[in-house]
Design a protein around this ligand. Structure first.
Ligand code: GLY
Length: 362
């Protein structure tokens, strides 16, 4: 089974292909898409050992001249240093404006490579081959690319849409369970913000998903991507609608900042954030206790964390959310659920209400 859907943008319509074993046929797949034979694959040291030889073989077989480079595993690779290394390699390998960059890996590799593609020779084509669940259902779709600055995450970046997102669910076989669960939060999040059917799909098939049942994964990932594609098509540059994807993220980012990004996976911080946002919504009388419990039960069953570490006070967490405040003209925009399948953007929640909700989530 393979599913193809499209991100329908005015100037750039591109496919998302979701299947199993499809990266072994990458050479064939790129024949109609690539304008040149030259390409550079960027991957990380852990993904490299599993998939790079097979992909290089397939590309060579299809007469492509592909070079490959590795970046270290982890968030620290979203740096000016690694960005410069990619530019050096692009120049050394003599890629021109018709050449292609390939991002093979998780969100870090995708964001870094996408940004390198956005600026090399004022922008060249790239494709995403995401190998983590988080990247498959969220980061690889929608053209957000960036590196980090010491003052904050994703501060240097560009919107640059890929030409293709190629998702091979078989790559999840080598993903640690912890990362699989952390990636699943983005699917659950999508269910809460706009697709109750997707939420139910996770509720009913959690064992199959965690056991990596191929058909279940393809169905679920394609459905999550269809939602993301629809949001991106309606609001590519996050002027309004796309902001709903930040459900749970304002609390989550605060926690990531406080823990210096090295204790919790992004998805784990978002899970705690979603639980707190839901609790806040109950307190504000806009979300039922029943729906709160339903979300919490699913997070618990997926063995995702829902409580803040005791080392940080509610006030410290609330203060750490202030970065988002500054970025949005002094007003904190919170995405709060109304019911499973619908969220509301609120900018009128007080710090006292936020601190009260956080204090209920330990
Ligand atoms: N990851 C959130 C977005 O793409 O907007």
């Amino acid at each position: 089974m393979e599913k193809t859907l499209h991100v329908e943008l005015k100037e750039n319509r591109y496919p998302i292909i979701v299947g199993a074993g499809n990266i072994t046929r990458i050479g064939e797949c790129l024949k109609s898409l690539s304008k040149s034979t030259k390409m550079l694959i960027v991957t990380d040291t852990s993904v490299h050992q599993h998939y790079a030889p097979m992909i290089l073989w397939s590309l060579k077989h299809a007469d492509f001249d592909a070079a490959l480079m590795e970046v270290p595993v982890g968030e620290s690779s979203k740096s000016l240093e690694q960005f410069a290394r990619i530019q050096d390699r692009l120049i050394e390998h003599q890629l021109d404006r018709s050449s292609l960059l390939i991002a093979l890996g998780g969100g870090v590799v995708g964001d870094l490579t996408g940004f390198a593609a956005a600026v090399y020779m004022r922008g060249i084509d790239y494709i995403q081959i995401p190998t983590t669940l988080q990247a498959q259902v969220d980061a690889s779709v929608g053209g957000k690319t960036a590196i980090n600055h010491v003052k904050g995450k994703n501060l240097i970046g560009a919107f640059h849409q890929p030409k293709l997102v190629l998702i091979d669910v078989d790559t999840l076989n080598t993903l640690p369970q912890r990362d699989l669960r952390a990636g699943l939060i983005e699917v659950i999040k999508m269910g809460v913000i706009r697709d109750e059917y997707l939420f139910e799909m996770v509720e009913e098939n959690l064992d199959g998903i965690l056991d990596l049942d191929t058909e279940t994964l393809i169905e679920m990932i394609a459905r999550a991507c269809a939602n993301k594609a629809d949001i991106v098509a309606k609001d590519e540059r996050e002027s309004n609608l796309r902001v709903v994807l930040n459900y749970g993220h304002t609390f989550g980012h605060a926690l990531e900042t406080l823990t210096h990004y090295d204790e919790l996976r992004h998805g784990e911080a978002v899970s705690i954030g979603m639980n707190c946002a839901a609790r806040l919504a109950v307190n504000l009388g806009m979300f039922s206790e029943f729906d709160y419990e339903r979300q919490r039960k699913l997070l618990d069953q997926a063995k995702l964390p829902v409580t803040f570490p005791s080392s940080f006070t509610p006030k410290a967490i609330c203060d750490a959310m202030s970065y988002d405040k500054k970025a949005l003209d002094g007003k904190l925009r919170l995405i709060l659920p109304a019911h499973i399948g619908e969220v509301v953007i609120r900018d009128d929640v007080t710090d006292t209400e936020i601190i009260e909700a956080i204090s209920q989530c330990y």
